[in-house]
Design a protein around this ligand. Structure first.
Ligand SMILES: Nc1ncnc2c1ncn2[C@@H]1O[C@H](COP(=O)(O)OP(=O)(O)OP(=O)(O)O)[C@@H](O)[C@H]1O
Length: 372
């Protein structure tokens, strides 16, 4: 299989414009606009029922939108049937033909495309080599493990050299170790071939580790489209912050704000948040506004209080309620202003125990804020 050479890397291979889909009274897609760039691995991520598979099925042509358009490679394919869209698809459940050998499964699509026998042989051999399945051509699907079947399914999708590869939760039936292994392989394979790929998952770790860009969906809408690091570190909405990774939340009130910093009173403690870190579209904040601030456990700093009453600037007095050793780090629960907060740290002080007083600090650039 030859790598796909792209002359322009910024061109879009897929565009969805204003897609709206309703099943009965259930609005499943509520105005989706999406652009997938040439050669990228884009992941649709979101909770069950948010519309990920529906979006993928619109691109594949298995479903029609009530409103909106789908463009592939610049062509409006909204009314084009699936078999004319030149796609490779892999589903969650093994979709191999059970009565056909691995070789026959792979040759099926090639025969339909009238590829000659010797060319078929070459292509199948390469496609199986890519997924490390050479030598198993004569096995039937029932003679393969779950992971091997998904490798064959991926290989079968790729052997026809599709314009687009669509993967709908292809790893969710596999155990954790295999999932991890195949995740790495799909990523390698995708970059090696350069085929534009849309991947559906509800597993945030899978999405963050594999993708060039992640689309976070919620209730039929797109919350954010960005790189994995941006999605994690600069979520645009409260939903994205809470859905991705772990979070701590405090409630407080704005006491001052300018275009650089917001000052917030949490209980009797003052804290600061960078003005760039406001989530949502609620406009500017004024003193008195009720807000929530969110911070990830690993962004918190924890230091010993050592009997001192007043914390250093931007640190807050807290009391340890639980300590869990995780192998490479410690998960420490503390009570801060009456709220239970989780801290993840690799700098553990052996004098800490349940009941120890500690100071917890964070940087204004690490905290996200949303108006209540
Ligand atoms: N053919 C259909 N008829 C009626 N409702 C449907 C149909 N297909 C999907 N739905 C509904 O549309 C909503 C979105 O489904 P979709 O499969 O797109 O979600 P998803 O985000 O892929 O979820 P999951 O992770 O559980 O697969 C769900 O409420 C689902 O029950």
């Amino acid at each position: 299989m030859e790598p796909i050479h792209r002359s322009e890397t910024t061109k879009n291979d897929v565009e969805i414009k204003g897609a709206f889909k309703q099943f009965g009274t259930n609005v499943v897609l509520n105005g989706i606009d999406l652009e997938v760039k040439q050669g990228e691995l884009l992941t649709l991520l979101g909770p069950s029922g948010c519309g990920k598979s529906t979006t993928l099925n619109l691109i594949a042509g298995f479903l029609d939108a009530d409103r909106g358009e789908v463009h592939i490679k610049g062509n409006n394919v909204t009314k084009v049937p699936p078999y004319k869209r030149d796609l490779g698809m892999v589903f969650q459940t093994y979709s191999l033909f059970p009565h056909m050998t691995v070789y026959e499964n792979l040759s099926f699509g090639l025969k339909l495309r009238k590829v000659g026998k010797s060319e078929q042989k070459k292509k199948i051999s390469k496609a199986l080599e890519l997924v490390k399945m050479s030598g198993l051509e004569n096995r039937y699907p029932r003679e393969l493990s779950g992971g091997q079947r998904q490798r064959v399914a991926i290989s079968r999708a790729l052997v026809v050299e599709p314009e687009l590869l669509l993967l709908d939760e292809p790893l969710s039936n596999l155990d954790a170790k295999l999932r991890h292994e195949l995740r790495t392989e799909i990523k390698r394979l995708q970059k090696e071939i350069g085929v534009t790929t849309i991947f559906v998952t509800h597993d945030q770790e899978e999405a963050l580790s594999m993708s060039d860009r992640v689309v976070v969906m919620n209730a039929g809408k797109i919350e954010q489209i960005s790189t994995p690091t941006d999605i994690y570190n600069h979520p645009k909405t409260e939903f994205v912050f809470q859905f991705i990774g772990k979070s701590n939340c405090f409630e407080g009130n704005v006491t001052a704000s300018d275009n650089r910093k917001i000052t917030v009173l949490i209980g009797s403690d003052i804290t600061h948040v960078d003005a760039d870190n406001i989530m949502g579209d609620d406009g500017s904040l004024i003193p008195g506004d009720a807000v929530k601030i969110y911070i990830r456990p690993e962004k918190l700093e924890i230091i010993s209080a050592n009997g001192t009453d007043s914390p250093p600037p931007d640190f807050h007095l807290a009391r340890i309620t639980q300590i869990n050793y995780l192998g490479t780090s410690w998960e420490i629960n503390v009570l801060l202003q009456g709220k239970s907060i989780q801290v993840l740290t690799s700098a553990f002080d052996s004098s800490w125990h349940i009941g120890s007083e500690v100071f917890i600090g964070w940087s204004p650039s690490e905290v996200m804020l949303v108006k209540k």
